[in-house]
Design a protein around this ligand. Structure first.
Ligand code: AHG
Ligand code: MN
Ligand code: MN
Length: 344
């Protein structure tokens, strides 16, 4: 009888072990993209390939970000980018990685990047899509091991394929985006994107090198208790913005600000909150860039049930006038943004 019991226990342990190690890994990003593509009869697979190219660049950048402290890649190159901002080696590496993945992938005819002054023509004139990227967002967090990100917007060209793309192809309103997303290199690495329907989040399983669906159909809570703003600028903000910040404090809301837009946005999307980068007298357009920071996140927040505004109008309705134009930016839970707008 004793022997029989121990056999049963052993068998159960073996069975459990096999089940544990043979458990499904979940839905990979590639499989998810393929499934979604099948839902649209007009889809030709080009956008799917483009999203896979972005995911590949993200995985390579993730590798560089993860070991940055060991490879000496986190330092400055001693030059400024087109924004007049200090450029880090990893800013350039991330920019190069995105360009290479998009050019070799073949689905992108033009690329706008924070790190390059002009529209880059990829030579793939047959391709339908253009991409705007912030290759590395919040890069000043790099040397101190705090979260950073990448941001991307995808547009369909206006000119016909096989023509050389022009600025008109990419200088479209954010509402024209066909897809947008970001990658967060945080305590885990996530890719979050939308093709205009739901917003889906995928977590990188590092031992497999695969993004696995972990956060399907993300929604921002209607009301939140987190406000994210660089309060160092408080005395330079308008009276309305100062009043709203005071309101947040009187409500005993939590102040949370990492200095990386992607990280602050992601936290607020998950928990409910508002992110603000207001105008100041010396920077009347704020700091954040419409084409490759604000538009993508505004596209996502609206699909997730939130609001994005420059304080006067919906971000997605702004006609771009410059590849690198800046706007004041307020984004988050609808009740919080509306409360701010009632004072702005
Ligand atoms: P980037 O690293 O791409 O230049 O972006 C930095 C941005 C954004 O991520 C962040 O929200 C903001 O700069 C922080 O600016 P302050 O340091 O002025 O608060
Ligand atoms: Mn940025
Ligand atoms: Mn950047």
């Amino acid at each position: 009888m004793l022997v029989r019991t121990s056999m049963n226990t052993k068998e159960a342990i073996i069975k459990n072990n096999i089940e544990k190690h043979a458990a499904p890994i979940g839905t990979t990003l590639d499989r998810f993209i393929a499934q979604k593509q099948g839902e649209f009869s007009y889809a030709t697979g080009e956008l799917s390939q483009l999203l896979r190219d972005i995911a590949l660049a993200a995985k390579i950048i993730n590798r560089e970000v993860n070991r940055a402290g060991l490879t000496g890649i986190e330092g400055s190159i001693g030059e400024e980018n087109v924004q007049g901002e200090n450029q880090l080696m990893l800013d350039v590496v991330a920019d190069t990685r995105f360009h290479r993945a998009l050019i070799k992938g073949g689905q992108t005819c033009g690329i706008v990047s924070e790190e390059r002054e002009n529209l880059t023509l990829t030579g793939n004139s047959h391709a339908k899509y253009l991409v705007a990227i912030d290759p590395l967002d919040g890069s000043s967090n790099l040397g101190i091991n705090i979260s950073i990100g990448s941001i991307f917007s995808i547009y369909r060209r206006k000119t016909s394929t096989n023509e050389v793309p022009t600025l008109e192809d990419v200088m479209q309103k954010g509402s024209e985006q066909v897809a947008a997303g970001y990658v967060l290199y945080g305590s885990s690495t996530m890719l979050v994107y939308s093709t205009g329907y739901d917003v889906h989040g995928f977590t990188l399983e590092p031992s497999l090198g695969e993004f696995i669906l972990s956060h399907p159909s993300m929604k921002i809570p209607e009301e939140g208790t987190i406000f994210s703003v660089n309060e160092g600028g408080y005395y330079d903000f308008s009276e309305g913005i100062r009043e709203y910040i005071d309101h947040c404090k009187k409500q005993r809301f939590k102040a949370r600000y990492t200095g990386a837009l992607v990280a602050d946005f992601h936290r607020n999307l998950m928990k409910g909150g508002i992110f603000m980068y207001p105008a100041t007298a010396s920077h009347p357009n704020g700091k954040l860039r419409l084409m490759y920071e604000c538009n993508a996140l505004s596209f996502l927040i609206e699909r997730a049930g939130g609001i994005a505004t420059n304080g006067k109008r919906r971000v997605l309705d702004i006609e771009p006038t410059d590849l690198h134009q800046r706007i004041p930016f307020f984004i988050g839970s609808p009740k919080m943004v509306n409360e701010l707008l009632s004072r702005a």
